[in-house]
Design a protein around this ligand. Structure first.
Ligand code: SF4
Length: 349
């Protein structure tokens, strides 16, 4: 049997349509909590392969212009990109590795924050579900680094990618780590562009730090309650759909202090829930536009805020300054004065 090398796996991965590939050895996770540790899923793990595929710049165009939402949810956010475009090639790589007699665990990036309060199934074990922090795994695999906004950045696309991983018992030479602040320039464009003021400014000195190898990575301690409220449809300033469906709404995400979980609970029930059909609201949905977008999101989620600061402002800046590799013939992404609606929804006469 031919020998399985890192180069042959990478070549195969890129030939399957993936854009990014990196490897961490298991030792790079030594400081990870057990419930976020790859070896808690596969104790014999020797390596974690992290792969990524770009989010199209054009996926955000409709939201940036305030004109069209479905593309981002359907293709880019939690639609086909996160359910098919990455995961089909990921599965093929696992098959490729297992053909050489090594076990390959395909890992779908979940949310560590959503781990339920349950006991381990084995005494002394780790309770389900274990979730890696996929952006930290990407950093450990040398693909990129955490930006100030807590969004993962690469030299090729800036903040525009999604990641997934394979945990394997195949020992593979790890890729070199990206030195902290190589890609993120602490420009604070993400802070300025975030409608819910969820990202603290550098001057506030509110940060999270982790160590991988000899490097310390540091990023802003983002207020995930504000972020979620704005992103998932609790903020009428970024959602014309609330203006259509909820007269007298007056919730400015900047002023709220929800926890992340409370913000999810608030946004998802109102965005996806149903209500009786009346003459005033004939659709039977609480916020009809959000529900319709979620129906496009084959992965079950939906994006309303569309990452105004942490993604769109960020790549606009990085492209403009020639700090990332992929640039565009049409110049800046942000071409016109940006829109924000009033928080208060006036009742229609
Ligand atoms: S906009 Fe991007 S590059 Fe600038 S500070 Fe934020 S994360 Fe870093």
């Amino acid at each position: 049997m031919k020998k399985l090398t890192k180069e042959s796996i990478k070549k195969f991965a890129l030939s399957q349509g993936l854009d990014l590939f990196g490897v961490a050895n298991i030792e790079r996770f030594k400081d990870a909590p057990k419930r976020m540790h790859p070896a808690s899923i596969f104790p014999e793990a020797r390596s974690v392969i992290v792969v990524g595929k770009r989010i199209l710049r054009g996926g955000w165009r409709g939201i940036e212009e305030g004109a069209y939402w479905p593309s981002y949810t359907y293709f880019d956010y939690h639609g086909l990109l996160n359910t098919l475009f990455i995961h089909l090639p990921l599965y093929e790589i696992c098959c490729f590795i297992e053909d050489f007699g090594y076990e390959a665990v395909p890992y779908y990036p979940g949310v560590p924050e959503s781990q339920p309060p349950v006991k381990p199934l084995r005494p002394g074990g780790v309770p389900p579900n274990v979730h890696l922090a996929i952006r930290i795994a990407g950093t450990a695999a040398g693909i990129g680094e955490m930006g100030w906004s807590k969004v993962f950045l690469t030299k090729k696309f800036g903040p525009r990618q999604r990641l997934a991983a394979i945990i394997t018992d195949l020992p593979i030479e790890p890729d070199p780590l990206v030195k902290p602040k190589t890609i993120c320039k602490r420009c604070m464009e993400c802070v300025k562009g975030c409608p819910s003021a969820a990202i603290p400014h550098l001057k506030e000195n509110k940060t999270i730090k982790i160590k991988i190898g000899s490097y310390t990575y540091e990023w802003a301690d983002v207020d995930m309650g504000k972020c979620t409220l704005s992103y998932h449809g609790g903020d009428s300033r970024v959602s014309p759909f609330i203006h259509k469906s909820f007269p007298e709404w007056d919730i400015d995400a900047k002023k709220q202090n929800f926890s992340e979980e409370a913000a999810y609970k608030f946004c998802w029930t109102l965005s996806l829930g149903e209500w009786r059909k009346t003459e005033e609201f004939p659709s039977g949905y609480i916020i009809e536009g959000h529900k319709m977008i979620s129906k496009w999101g084959v992965g079950g989620s939906y994006g309303i805020g569309g990452s105004r600061g942490c993604m769109r402002s960020c790549f606009n800046y990085l492209e403009k300054k020639n700090l990332i590799e992929q640039t565009f013939n049409n110049g800046d992404f942000i071409k016109r004065e940006r829109w924000l609606l009033p928080a208060k929804v006036e009742r229609r006469k």
